[in-house]
Write a new protein. Sequence first.
Length: 155
Amino acid sequence: MIRALGLVVLLVACGSNKPLFAPADKPPVGSGSGSGSGSAANEAAEKHEEMATMPPSVKKFHDVLAPRWHAEQGDKRMGDTCSALPDFTSGADAIAKATPPTTANADTWTKATKALVEAVHGLETACSSKTDFEAAFAKVHDAFHALLEAAGGKP
């Protein structure tokens, strides 16, 4: 993803609005009209900047959560996520022990970290019982985004 972002930056800097290799089923970057052009690159840059200001434990948790959350729903996603429970648990615990970012209200941060830890415990229960997995996983995802918002980031 960083290479793709680098390519976009390079092409914009060179004055081109077309990538060197564009998939046939997708329009080239920068094509079209309106403020939406290039928004994926802007969103990626904003997300990178936002994560850079977060404690390392938050980034580490994100790196565990993101690929599993964005995977196709089904048995494989559930299996991969449940297999990563030790990483989710240790990650949520590390976040709860981390110093809040300077942009965060300490009380709001503390409540958000507790909610994340509780959501991970709920996921553990769902994985053990093999019931309500998607709902429990959604709670982890939502709690993580609430934590980002509590830190002064974007939800």
